[in-house]
Design a binder for this molecule. Structure first.
Ligand code: UD1
Ligand code: MG
Length: 452
């Protein structure tokens, strides 16, 4: 039978105190809704419908590229009302799995188990939480069967004491859900049409309400406040750290790493504290990342060391390189093998050939640097004339003295030796010393100024 997935994402999220729609708040660098949609997609449903409302245009445009059906809920009258808006777009005989846009960490395996548990009636996902505050509670009858769900605001003290909570996800046939929802009323503390009321209606009809639990409780944590968002972020990061450790990566502290994307590691990689990985990052065998580094869309080959406080973005780094401390690699930086880029060196849209070194205080932009080049401290490629960027070409085995300025476009032939402090505006010949600076003079008869 066909399965459709409805994601409820219309709520404002009042408790977030934010002008951003709640489902656009980020976990691991991506909107919560992106996580839910990715998991939904993994189940290969017939269609995914997203109920949006508050800040709907922002939500839609954030996911413009996604193949989903958008359903507008103009007024947010509750989760039951939200689902009702979507059901006309679903065939009555199809199964509908309801997910929430503010419960982002749910795993596809858990949802597969929920789908299995349904057994032609209604299945709900529940969890046993040490702190159930804020969640709807599962109420069971004397035989232990699910009788209904009571929202915390409507619950008696005894019901509140229960730690078995409603996650909010359920699965049933669309036609049945529509039938139950037609008789849901909004006579409750929040004057909302609660989706949770379908549980009471189903069980009153004698339908078995199956329950299913997640493997890890954090999968079902919902986000209604900044505090809960922070807790969900930590749960995500801790799970990511655990996966890295299990795969053989050494983490100096499993609580102090942030993975906001896809981090792939070879054998015996080690990562010191407070590093942030964004986008797609690939670390080769035995790569070491020092403390406080930020890496975004970076590939690093084996045995390279990145030292503390380096920021690397859209860069490709070869084997056995030494980068940092305090290095900055910007988009288009390519380091071949055994390259050293030291402290306060910035590299942008440039390639550094094998065994080349820029160890201190340099800017290398729009440059092609050959093999075994030594770039002295303070060397600058002047790549910008105020209108256009120009290239600097430095041949193999060049030696650039400290504090040289290379005014692009300029080409330094293989083995050029540039005197310290030179301003190089013209191409230089191979294997010769070129010096371009004022000649040093000592002024005869000079006297120091005296106070009158
Ligand atoms: C809901 C459940 C509660 C459960 C909790 C789990 C109900 C009545 N309560 O409470 O039992 O323990 O989730 O996280 O269902 N939404 C809409 N339209 C609306 C209202 C909400 O699309 O009119 C969406 C929200 O964007 C959100 C989801 O539905 O993604 C849940 O709504 P929320 O207001 O957060 O419900 P909770 O109070 O968390
Ligand atoms: Mg919620």
């Amino acid at each position: 039978m066909a399965l459709d997935i409805v994601v409820l994402a219309a709520g404002q999220g009042k408790r977030m105190h934010s002008s951003l729609p709640k489902v656009l708040h980020k976990v691991a660098g991506r909107p919560m809704l992106a996580h839910v949609l990715e998991t939904a997609r993994a189940l290969s449903p017939g269609q995914i419908l997203v109920v949006h409302g508050h800040g709907g245009d922002d939500v839609r445009s954030a996911f413009a590229a996604m193949d989903v059906t958008w359903i507008e809920q103009a007024e947010q009258l509750g989760t039951g009302h939200a689902l009702m808006q979507a059901l006309p777009s679903v065939k009555p005989r199809d199964d509908v799995l309801v997910l929430y846009g503010d419960v982002p960490l749910i795993r596809a395996e858990t949802l597969r188990a929920l789908i299995e548990a349904r057994d032609c009636g209604l299945a709900i996902l529940t969890a046993e939480l040490s702190d159930p505050a804020g969640y709807g509670r599962i109420v069971r009858d004397a035989q232990g069967r699910v009788a209904r769900i009571v929202e915390e605001k409507d619950a008696s003290a005894e019901e509140r004491a229960s730690r078995e909570v409603n996650v909010g996800f359920l699965i049933a046939q669309a036609g049945r859900l529509a039938g139950w929802l037609a008789s849901v009323k909004n006579r409750n503390a929040q004057q909302e049409y609660y989706l949770t009321d379908v549980v009471r209606l189903a069980s009153a009809e004698g339908i078995n309400v199956a329950t299913c639990r997640p493997t890890d409780a954090w999968e079902v944590w919902g986000v209604n406040s900044r505090h809960e968002l922070a807790l969900v972020e930590r749960a995500y990061q801790n799970a990511a750290a655990k996966r890295l450790l299990e795969a053989g990566v050494t983490l100096a502290d499993l609580w102090r790493i942030d993975v906001r994307g896809d981090l792939r590691c070879g054998n015996d990689v080690s990562i010191d504290v407070n590093c942030v990985f964004e986008g797609k990052v690939t670390l080769g065998d035995r790569v070491h990342i020092g403390p406080n580094c930020v890496l975004r869309n970076v590939t690093i080959a084996a045995d390279t060391e990145v030292h503390a406080f380096s920021q690397l973005e859209e860069a490709q780094i070869g084997a056995r390189c030494r980068v940092g401390p305090y290095a900055r690699l910007r988009p288009g930086a390519v380091l071949d093998e055994d390259v050293h880029v030291g402290n306060f060196v910035e590299v942008k849209a440039s390639r550094l050939g094998a065994h080349s070194k820029a160890n201190h205080l340099s800017y290398i932009g729009d440059a092609e640097v050959g093999r075994s080049v030594n770039i002295g401290a303070g060397t600058i490629t002047c790549n910008y004339d105020g209108a256009t960027k120009h290239r600097t070409v430095i041949g193999d085995e060049c030696f650039i003295g400290s504090d040289a300025t290379l005014v692009a476009p300029v080409t330094l032939a293989r083995g050029s030796y540039i005197g310290a402090g030179s301003t190089i505006c013209k191409d230089t010949p191979a294997d010769q010393l070129t010096v371009a600076r004022a000649t040093q003079v000592t002024v005869p008869g000079w006297k120091p100024p005296r106070k009158k």
